[in-house]
Design a protein around this ligand. Structure first.
Ligand code: SAH
Ligand code: MG
Length: 218
């Protein structure tokens, strides 16, 4: 029997796109990295939902949310939305537009929600507002895909790894952002996390796309 879609004009459907260009919103992700995230995520959807640590204004969530929509699953996006060390007032990546003058604190949640809504992805992207390690303690659903892009201090990176790596189903993917093997290019904790994953019996390295490392859970 021939399935109806076998007659479709494209053997491979063109990749789904969000209504907004993810590169038009604030954030820290190269388009090549974003496309790779989506590609790997879609392939793991049968194993469980997707989860990211570090939503910020929604750039990576637009790529992964589109993948979730395409695959019929959900992206859980974790962020306390108070910014990392480098986003605080007086630090290198402080952005006054993302500062709540009343609360006297960084607040990226309004931007995140606005961008996800405008991209038409609200049904597929579930924001979880809180600390990564805290949420991990109460989470037990096996995940198909985890993207770690949160705090870059060693304690923060270690807590993300300890909290989430083993919640990935066998065959699932762990993606780590801002991995700089050369110390002159950037901070070490995400690289240390990647090394730890490779040294464990739980992951094998798959591919590196710019500063994004992709590993498979064994
Ligand atoms: N993925 C985003 C960039 C994330 S920036 C993009 O594509 O643009 C890092 C984010 O991690 C910040 O928004 C910060 O608030 C968040 N973060 C840092 N440490 C965290 C922690 N322990 N728990 C939850 N979120 C954290
Ligand atoms: Mg990053």
């Amino acid at each position: 029997m021939r399935w109806p879609h076998a007659a479709a004009p494209f053997a491979t459907p063109p990749p789904a796109r969000p209504l907004t260009d993810p590169q038009s919103i604030k954030g820290f992700l190269d388009p090549e990295e974003g496309t790779a995230l989506a590609r790997y995520a879609v392939a793991t959807a049968h194993l469980g939902p997707f989860l990211e640590i570090g939503g910020y204004c929604g750039k990576s969530a637009l790529y992964l949310g589109t993948a979730a929509k395409e695959a019929g699953t959900r992206l859980f996006s974790i962020d306390h939305h108070r910014g990392s060390e480098e986003h605080q007032k007086g630090e290198e990546y402080f952005d006054p537009d993302l500062y709540d003058e009343v609360a006297c604190a960084v607040d990226t949640l309004p931007s995140f929600r606005r961008n996800v809504l405008a991209a038409g992805l609200e049904p597929w992207v579930i924001a979880m507002v809180g600390g990564s390690a805290d949420i991990a303690r109460y989470w037990s659903t096996p995940l198909g895909f985890v993207f770690i892009d949160g705090g870059h201090s060693m304690p923060a990176a270690q807590a993300d790894y300890d909290g989430w790596a083993m919640k990935i189903a066998p065959g699932g993917i762990l993606a780590i952002h801002d991995v700089f093997p050369n110390p002159e290019d950037g901070g070490r904790p995400p690289y240390e996390m990647w090394k730890q994953a490779v040294a464990s019996d739980a992951f094998e390295p798959v591919e590196r796309i710019r500063t994004l490392e992709v590993l498979r859970r064994l």
